[in-house]
Design a protein. Structure first.
Ligand code: UD1
Length: 343
C-alpha cells in the first residue's frame, strides 16, 4: 500500500486522519514539531489501530531535514498538509509568525515534492476564505466569492490556496485537493484521541466540555443580537471523524488519478447550520451535564452565519458527513472525561 506523509499528524484533525488512513491500510509517516500537540497522541493512535505510525519530530520549515527524510522514505505517494498555526487571535498579535510558519511550510513542501517526484497534495483550508457569504450564497458552495480575510490566519489560508494554484499551473504533474473545513468538533469514539487545546480554549466545543468538567466557571456566549433565529451565531459543526474520512477519499481520488481538474476544491461540512445556543442546549440534553453560561457582547471578527453546501463533496468525492450531532457532542464529552479522569 502507498505511504502518505501527514504533516501535523499528531494534531487534532491530523491524528483522526492518520487513524482512518491506517485503518484503510495506508502506511503513514507523520511529521510534526509538536508545537501544538503531544507525543502521547501516538500511543492513542497505536491503541486504536494496533500499529504505530512512523513519526519524525521535525518542523516543515527545516528544508534540509525534510529533504533527508523524503530521501529516506522513497515510497511516499502523497502528502496531507495539516501542519499550521491556527489561532485567529494570536495571528493578529503575531502576524509574521503566521506568515512564516504557514506559508514557509507549504512553499518548502511543494519544492521538496517536486524534487522527490511526489505529485499529490491534500491541503487543509477553511471556510474562513468565504468570510460572511451574502444571503444568495448561503449555504455556501465552492463557487462563492473569496472575501478579504479578517485575520492573518485567514489570509495564510487564502495565500496558500493561491500558491497551490500557481504551482499547479507551472507544474502539470502536480495534483492538489483543497479541503475547506467548516467547524470540526468531537473526538474519536474510542475517546483515545481528541482535541487538546493549549491553555484557555478559543473555540466553542472545547470551552463547552471544559466548562462541563468544571475547569471553567461558565461559558460566555458571544452575542445574542445577530440576525439569526435565536440571535446567536450559526456554524456548520462537522464531526472530526467524518472529516478525517474525507481525507482518505481525497487521497484515494488522487492515487486513482480520476480527478477532473489539477486542483480540486471541496467544502467539507454537513449542510446544516446550528446556533451557539442550539449546540449548548443539545450538549446539555445528551450528556445530562449542566453548563452555566452568560450572554456577553459580540466577539470581534466573528461571522454571523455560515454553513456549507456539501453537494460537490457528496457527489464527486463520494463522501458525506452523516454522524448525528448528538453522537458528536457525546464523543466530545467522553473525550473530556477521559482526559480528566471523570467517570
Ligand atoms: C474560527 C475561525 C476559523 C478557524 C477556526 C479554527 C473565524 C471567523 N473563524 O472559527 O477560521 O478555522 O476558528 O480555530 O475567525 N463562541 C462562543 N463562546 C466561546 C467560543 C466561541 O460563543 O467561548 C461562539 C463564536 O462566537 C462562534 C461559535 O461559537 O459563533 C464558534 O466559534 P469557534 O469555535 O471559535 O469557531 P469559529 O469562530 O467559527
Amino acid at each position: 500500500m502507498a505511504r502518505i506523509l501527514v504533516t501535523g499528524g499528531t494534531g487534532y484533525i491530523g491524528s483522526h486522519t492518520v487513524v482512518e488512513l491506517m485503518q484503510q491500510g495506508y502506511d503513514v509517516l507523520i511529521v510534526d514539531n509538536l508545537s501544538n500537540s503531544n507525543i502521547e497522541v501516538l500511543d492513542g493512535i497505536e491503541q486504536i489501530v494496533g500499529k504505530r505510525p512512523d513519526f519524525c519530530r521535525m518542523d516543515c520549515l527545516d528544508y534540509p531535514g525534510m529533504d533527508r527524510l523524503l530521501s529516506q522514505y522513497s515510497d511516499i505517494r502523497g502528502v496531507i498538509h495539516f501542519a499550521a498555526s491556527k489561532a485567529v487571535g494570536e495571528s493578529v498579535e503575531k502576524p509574521l509568525l503566521y506568515y512564516r510558519n504557514n506559508i514557509g511550510s507549504l512553499v518548502n513542501l511543494l519544492e521538496l515534492m517536486r524534487a522527490h517526484a511526489i505529485n499529490n497534495i491534500v491541503f487543509s483550508s477553511s471556510c474562513t476564505v468565504y468570510g460572511q457569504p451574502s444571503a444568495e450564497h448561503l449555504p455556501v458552495d465552492e463557487t462563492a466569492p473569496i472575501q478579504k480575510a479578517l485575520s492573518p490566519y485567514g489570509n495564510t489560508k487564502q495565500i496558500n490556496e493561491e500558491i497551490i494554484q500557481d504551482e499547479a499551473h507551472a507544474d502539470k504533474s502536480l495534483h492538489a485537493i483543497i479541503l475547506r473545513y467548516f467547524n470540526p468538533v468531537g473526538a474519536h469514539p474510542s475517546a483515545l484521541i481528541g482535541e487538546l487545546p493549549n491553555g484557555v480554549p478559543n473555540n466553542l466545543m472545547p470551552f463547552v466540555t471544559q466548562t462541563a468538567a468544571g475547569l471553567r466557571q461558565k461559558l460566555r456566549v458571544f452575542g445574542d443580537d445577530y440576525n439569526t433565529p435565536d440571535g446567536s451565531c450559526i456554524r456548520d459543526y462537522i464531526y472530526v471523524v467524518d472529516l478525517a474520512k474525507a481525507h482518505v477519499k481525497a487521497v484515494e481520488r488522487m492515487l486513482a488519478e480520476t480527478a477532473e481538474e489539477q486542483v480540486e476544491i471541496f467544502n467539507l461540512g454537513t449542510g446544516r447550520g446550528l446556533s451557539v445556543l442550539e449546540i449548548l442546549r443539545t450538549f446539555i440534553r445528551v450528556t445530562g451535564v449542566d453548563i452555566p453560561y452568560e450572554i456577553v457582547g459580540r466577539r470581534e471578527g466573528d461571522i454571523e452565519q455560515v454553513w456549507a453546501e456539501p453537494h460537490k463533496a457528496n457527489t464527486v468525492l463520494g463522501w458525506k458527513a452523516d454522524t448525528p450531532v448528538e453522537d458528536v457532542l457525546r464523543s466530545a464529552w467522553n473525550w473530556e472525561k477521559h482526559l480528566r479522569g471523570i467517570k
